[in-house]
Design a protein around this ligand. Structure first.
Ligand SMILES: [Zn+2]
Length: 365
């Protein structure tokens, strides 16, 4: 019932509207048409292979989330997103995004994007927060998580028949609840005291549910031990003075608390009811790494290592066609000049090959 789409190895276009009646048939197709990327539709259709979208007969869609490290505020702020433009023809490199054509040879410039591994950890934390909200606040149970194979995570909720037919507008409301902007949080915090000057502030606790539960989880890190125990439901009462103080702390740190509450999902992905999802455990053609399926959504068990992302145990001799500034790939700091010939383990070599800044000289077994 799913549409399958691939991007062939040597083409920039997609082959879409593929449909298969069994996994064996799909596997056979992939082996005979080795793709750079493989996707499946978040939607189910009566006729997934029909090339006319309106004639596919939509049968509802999964709820899909994409967390991309280069969209995470802290990652950008710390300058850990590296963006270069380079010329495939002559190796010219520039870090100004507005330069579109090569000043040496007039060719169109390509884009090189990299995020430091610290950002993958940040993305992982956002993904864990998202899973908590999906489970605790929405009660979803049919969730799976995968590393994107590049710089983020995909979280997919397979919805029951009752929810599968949600429109884009309804999905946008879910996005808003998950992304929470500062304005929304300020509104909620102001209403914690219900507008009455003498009222006792109702400090959010983890059993409150909804946004109050999410605020409680963050606020717990800012208050002293006894108040934290109250917020975490380890103590049943709190004094008026303690409550007032906790509320003052909440107001004082509201900007940081808001930032900690916001989950960096890509709204476009979630509201799209015909989104193409990268197939878990397939190889991401931007890096050559496995888009690792994460068992039981247990992100604490996911360690971003070369071991986990490599599909093959081999070394490659590669030659750089473009100079690359000092960047950290997975766990190793690397820097190369144009013309450098080096032998690297597969996950490091494939990263440069698939980003098209180096070419394979030989494969060493
Ligand atoms: Zn050039």
């Amino acid at each position: 019932m799913r549409e399958i789409a691939i991007q062939p190895l040597n083409l920039d276009t997609y082959v879409r509207h593929l449909a298969f009646s069994s996994i064996a048939e799909l596997k056979n197709y992939i082996i005979n048409n080795i793709p750079r990327h493989v996707y499946y539709s978040s939607a189910r259709y009566q006729e997934p292979g029909n090339p006319v979208m309106d004639e596919k007969k939509w049968l509802g869609s999964d709820l899909v989330f994409d967390i991309d490290a280069n969209e995470i505020y802290e990652c950008i702020e710390k300058g850990m997103v590296v963006q270069l433009r380079f010329c495939k023809k002559c190796g010219y490199v520039v870090d100004q995004q507005e330069v579109k054509t090569c000043p040496n040879c007039g060719s169109e410039l390509s884009r090189f994007e990299h995020v430091e591994p610290e950002c993958i950890t940040m993305a992982k934390n956002h993904a864990a927060k998202l899973i908590d909200v999906l489970e605790q606040d929405f009660g979803f149970t049919n969730i799976y998580t995968a590393f994107s194979g590049n710089r983020g995570f995909h979280i997919v909720v397979e919805l029951d028949e009752d929810y599968r037919y949600m429109s884009s507008d309804e999905r946008r409301e879910i996005v808003s609840y998950i992304k929470l902007d500062e304005q929304q949080i300020n509104y909620i915090v102001r209403n914690l005291v219900k507008g009455l000057k003498k009222a006792v502030p109702l400090i959010p606790r983890i059993t409150d549910g909804g946004i109050r539960r999410r605020i409680a989880l963050v606020l717990a890190n800012y208050v002293e031990k006894d108040v934290k125990a109250y917020i975490m439901e380890l103590r049943s009462t709190i004094s008026y003075a303690e409550a007032r103080k906790a509320y003052a702390i909440l107001l004082e740190h509201i900007a940081d608390i808001s930032k900690a509450l916001s989950i960096a999902i890509d709204p476009k992905v979630t509201i799209d009811i015909s989104h193409l999802v990268r197939m878990p455990n397939s190889i991401n053609g931007k890096t050559g790494w496995i888009a690792v399926f994460i068992k039981n959504n247990d992100l604490s068990n996911f360690e971003f290592t070369s071991e986990i992302v490599k599909p093959i145990d081999t070394k490659l001799k590669i030659k750089f066609t473009v100079g690359i500034p000092k960047i950290t790939i997975i766990d190793t700091q690397l820097k190369f000049s144009k013309g450098d010939e080096v032998v690297l383990e597969y996950p490091y070599a494939s990263y440069f090959i698939f980003k098209e800044v180096a070419q394979v000289v030989s494969i060493m077994r």
